[in-house]
Write a protein that binds this ligand. Structure first.
Ligand code: PPS
Length: 332
């Protein structure tokens, strides 16, 4: 490719990204009044109730747009980032976005990661994940979902899309999710910690049973080769190695400088800083209760589980995972 051609392509991409940013900003102005109303309603409203949807615990925020989610038309180059909540979705989203668009992002101000990687099934009055995805101008489209594998819209399988599944050990998930449910106005009230462990074990948290989720995706990855199954603990242990694995899966070959930059931009402290703006405008989260970028470590569960709770949980875990060859590291 000639350098002139490359230059034109880069300029075009920067223009597209600026256009994307402007479009988002414009629509933000239109929705800002609606959003303010919504915030007032949220502040006064009860936390949402949960119910079973297709056998999975949900709130209406993830089912109200179901017809559109179910019939969503995927494109063959869409990349899906799937996780049980709190497994490192935002971290993986930032890594994949940086791998595809890092250079371009540096040349124009970037929308928040929640806008760059829309949340497929999420739905509020003024915004749905499906609409957000449709209005993305970047290609490939990066799409976040917390859906268990059996609820993923058919079109993603038909189009043979690439999917990255991030799994995290259940004890750290539980701790992270507990604090998230405390600070997130649109998540159900977590109740007491002791009860929370029970709700986790019985699949009563939003998006259902962690056991079914991680095992369902694991089983699917045996028959569908375009799933890259990644562990949060491995990303913590050796992020450079995991990023190289992702690059092979995505067919990308960044040079060493680009890889280093992705590592730098997606480190915990750097992300905490870069997300400050997005999080300050986010009226779902009350960061004075608990920050979204909380600790980002492996093994924080040791500060939450009593010895008795840990023993009881280990027993439950052993029973529920006994048929599976899926192994988690509870510490590194
Ligand atoms: S969500 O709400 O389900 O999308 O949350 P999710 O992004 O999946 O998970 C949030 C947890 O991931 C941690 N995190 C990170 N850890 C290490 N490095 C980086 N860069 C990073 N980014 C996010 C975040 O701190 C949450 O974990 P806890 O244990 O609560 O700190």
């Amino acid at each position: 490719m000639s350098s002139e051609h490359e230059h034109m392509q880069r300029t075009l991409k920067v223009c597209l990204l600026s256009a994307e940013w402007n479009t988002m900003n414009r629509s933000r102005i239109f929705v800002s009044d609606r959003k303010r109303e919504q915030k007032e309603q949220r502040d006064m409203a009860q936390k949402p109730r949960t119910f079973k949807f297709e056998g999975v615990t949900m709130t209406h925020y993830f089912t109200d747009n179901w017809e559109k989610v179910k019939n969503f038309k995927a494109k063959p180059d869409d990349v899906v980032i799937a996780t049980y909540p709190k497994a490192g979705t935002t971290w993986m989203s930032e890594i994949v976005d940086q791998l595809f668009f890092g250079e371009i992002r540096r040349e124009s101000s970037s929308p928040s990661i929640f806008d760059r990687v829309p949340f497929l099934e999420f739905c509020e009055d003024f915004q749905t994940g499906t609409d957000q995805i449709e209005s993305l101008l970047t290609s490939p489209r990066l799409i976040k979902t917390h859906l268990p594998v059996q609820l993923v819209p058919q079109s993603f399988w038909e189009q043979n899309c690439r999917m990255i599944y991030v799994a995290r050990n259940p004890k750290d998930i539980m701790v992270s999710y507990y604090h998230f449910d405390r600070m997130n106005k649109i998540q159900p009230d977590p109740g007491a910690w002791e009860e929370y462990i029970d709700k986790f074990n019985t699949g009563q948290l939003v998006f259902g049973s962690w056991y079914d989720h991680v095992q369902g995706w694991w089983e699917k990855s045996r028959s569908y080769s375009r799933i890259c199954y990644v562990f949060f603990e491995d990303m913590r242990e050796d992020p450079a190695r995991e990023i190289s694995r992702l690059c092979s899966f995505l067919g990308l070959s960044p040079n060493e400088t680009q890889k280093k930059e992705v590592l730098r931009k997606t480190g915990f402290e750097e992300m905490k800083k870069s997300m400050a703006d997005a999080l300050s405008n986010n009226d779902e989260f009350d960061e004075s209760v608990s920050p979204f970028m909380r600790k980002g470590i492996v093994g924080d569960w040791k500060n939450h589980f009593t010895v008795a709770q840990n023993e009881a949980f280990n027993e439950e875990y052993r029973k529920k995972m006994k048929e599976s060859d899926l192994k988690f590291k509870m510490e590194i």
